[in-house]
Design a protein around this ligand. Structure first.
Ligand code: AHR
Length: 657
């Protein structure tokens, strides 16, 4: 279907090209000798936050929900199963005196007869694939004399068995046991059952099930399809762990990186702040196990070639929630967390935190060069707290670049206060956020043209075009929003001397477990797809040039004249000119690019475009490529590239120089 559409479009272009040649094309000049700004390697990146089941239930491939019984309701996700059972009991026990981080476990007294067991429902079920290996593990101890064995089963939605394994008894000391088995079927909503056989009792904790096939086949690792979608973006940086999750609804609920590193079974679980944030998308079973913790984030960054950009709590809880503040005379532990994080990422293996990094498997440094202090904070309270951080960090690590909040909105009083104050303070990088209607993106394509070239650099740290507000489900990742973002992003690229980084937000969403929409990538338990917005990001990121060159129409930048938005750059590595152009009107436009200053005259060019006749078009599991890049070749003759831009389309043209 996609191919047919493509052939039809090419034919249409040939016909319309003929008539358009008769009309006068829009004359566009690309000045190949002009060097407007270098484009940083970090320019196009990604924003990761554990929202919409992005981590637990998403990219973190653990299939068992509430594996350690630490949810507020200890048996949430679990069910006791009693088939013709006499006797048999399950107790939730607490050993907080000896294990503060993971105090709860369950004690099973097996039934005298019948089938007694427990089942776990997974995160909206478990996605299981036929003929793939699954690795079951559990922490357990058997009282002396207990004869209890474990029979592990994967069952489909009809209750049919799809894979089974057995674990015999062990010692009366806590120990990890593991067994692997194959699945005989594919099922998006499987459950895990653990049945008990034999007389006696057993204590269980950290009941876990992972697919063997994770990203880079790491045991207990990440979902390969989702990481691949991220890697395909070739992101320049990855911001983590958020977002508001950094701040917490209150300070106790804030993200504390030190609690997310070290042994998995020692990482203290907390409630996910998105759990009940939105009444209409309430997700009471949303917690953070921190199986994806700061070590794993750094590793992910390294795997996908992205610079790590951690954001830390600055002593302020979310100002949309409690706005709880740490008194400045009690900020030291927060500041110390920031200093220790730098040591964890970059420090020698002789240092306390560098040693931990090495013990976790990565003696080499992670090359951390920048970090954020605070997420969406505002007010003088933020400045006051940031000052403490900046002083301590810059004193010990003068080259560390600090990212500052300028609030949740790019043009209100909160923004202006922070923007003015931080500029006076000579801040390094300002983190601007905009969740706005598509029209705002079109109207703001020149936002950075007048920014102070000598002031702080800009990080467009969270943005997305929202047509109908959040998070009511009406705001879709449709072509209208993606095209508006593409048009706006040409303005980011044109101003690459000021805007050094940009990331769409949020990144990931489970179709059955999201809280916030729109999102860049959608997935269920088995599949995933990129939205039209994803392909816009991919086209920008995969076609990042080395430096910006001027592209003009009527001697002016192209930021809305005749509904056209464009930027151009040179890729020094491949010696190519890259033109990006959005046509945001519902009619095709004939354009003539004059390659001013080019030594050659003729060449072939690769032309890749995104287009839909329907501004409401979205991608889906059924049609994941409904709006996706299509490529063809065009010619440059006598230094001129004539082409037709489809109605409401975004195109990237690469000319070998
Ligand atoms: O991206 C979702 C949320 O939007 C982020 O957590 C927050 O920083 C912003 O308000």
């Amino acid at each position: 279907m996609k191919q047919l559409k493509c052939i039809f479009r090419v034919a249409l272009l040939m016909v319309t090209g003929f008539f358009a040649a008769a009309q006068s094309p829009k004359n566009i000049t690309v000045k190949l000798d002009g060097h407007k700004a270098d484009i940083k390697q970090t320019m196009w990146g990604i924003f990761f936050e554990d929202i919409n089941l992005a981590a637990d239930g998403g990219i973190y491939a653990e299939l068992v929900k509430n594996r350690s019984f630490e949810f507020t309701t200890p048996l949430m996700g679990w069910k006791e199963q009693r088939k013709g059972v006499v006797g048999g009991s399950l107790w939730v026990l607490n050993r907080s005196a000896s294990n503060q981080n993971n105090p709860r476990y369950i004690r099973i007294q097996n039934a005298l007869s019948g089938n007694y067991g427990i089942t776990n429902e997974g995160f909206r079920g478990m996605g299981i694939v036929k003929d793939k290996q699954y690795d079951f593990s559990v922490w357990a101890r058997w009282p002396k004399g207990s004869k209890v064995k474990l029979r592990i089963e994967l069952v489909n939605a009809k209750g049919e068995i799809m894979g089974t394994a057995r674990l015999a008894g062990g010692t009366d000391e806590w120990k990890k046991y593991a067994v692997s088995f194959m699945s005989t079927a594919t099922e998006p909503r499987a459950e895990l059952a653990v049945w008990f056989e034999g007389k006696g009792s057993v204590d269980l904790d950290m009941i876990s099930l992972f697919p063997k096939d994770t990203w880079k086949s790491r045991p207990g690792g990440l979902r390969a399809d989702l990481v691949q979608l991220l890697a395909d973006l070739k992101p320049g940086f990855i911001r983590f762990p958020g977002g508001c999750i950094v701040e917490g609804r209150d300070l106790a609920n804030r993200y504390q990186w030190k609690k997310t590193v070290g042994k998995i079974e020692d990482r203290e679980l907390i409630i996910n702040r998105w759990n009940t944030e939105f009444a209409n998308r309430s997700t009471p079973d949303y917690f953070q196990s921190f199986g994806l913790g700061f070590y794993e984030y750094f590793l992910l960054a390294e795997d996908i070639g992205a610079s790590p950009l951690p954001i830390l709590n600055c002593g302020m809880a979310c100002q949309f929630n409690t706005a709880e503040l740490v008194p400045t005379d009690q900020l030291d532990p927060y500041v110390q967390d920031a200093l220790d994080l730098i040591e964890f990422a970059n420090g020698s293996t002789q240092t306390k935190w560098g040693r931990l990094r090495a013990a976790m498997g990565h003696p080499a440094p992670f090359h951390l060069k920048m970090m954020g202090v605070g997420n969406e904070q505002w007010g003088p309270q933020y400045i006051e707290r940031f000052t403490y951080f900046a002083k301590a960090i810059k004193q010990k690590y003068p080259s560390m670049q600090l990212v500052n909040s300028v609030g949740p909105n790019p043009d209100d009083d909160r923004f202006h206060f922070l923007n003015d104050t931080l500029r006076k303070m000579k801040a390094d990088i300002l983190d601007e956020h905009y969740y706005k209607p598509p029209e705002w993106f079109l109207q703001n394509a020149k936002r950075y043209d007048d920014y102070d070239r000598k002031g702080p650099k800009i990080f467009a740290g969270e943005y997305a075009a929202h047509s109908a507000g959040i998070p009511n489900g009406k705001t879709k990742n449709n072509w209208r929003s993606a095209l508006a973002e593409a048009a706006f992003m040409t303005g980011l690229e044109r101003n690459a001397d000021v805007v050094n980084m940009a990331s769409y937000a949020p990144l990931l969403a489970h179709v059955d477990g999201w809280q916030w929409s729109p999102d860049l990538i959608w997935f269920d338990n088995l599949q995933s797809y990129g939205s039209p917005n994803y392909y816009v990001q991919k086209l920008f990121s995969n076609n990042r040039g080395s430096y910006v060159v001027p592209v003009e129409m009527n001697q002016q930048v192209m930021a809305g004249q005749d509904s056209l938005y464009a930027s151009a750059s040179i890729d020094k590595g491949t010696n190519e000119l890259i033109i990006k152009i959005a046509n945001t009107v519902g009619k095709e436009q004939s354009v003539s690019f004059n390659l001013d200053g080019w030594k050659k005259t003729d060449a072939n060019a690769a032309f890749t475009y995104l287009h839909s006749d329907d501004m409401n078009a979205v991608n889906s599991f059924g049609m994941p490529l409904e709006v996706a890049p299509v490529s063809k070749e065009v010619e440059v003759k006598n230094k001129v590239l004539n082409t037709i831009l489809l109605p409401n389309s975004f195109s990237v043209i690469r000319v070998t120089l």
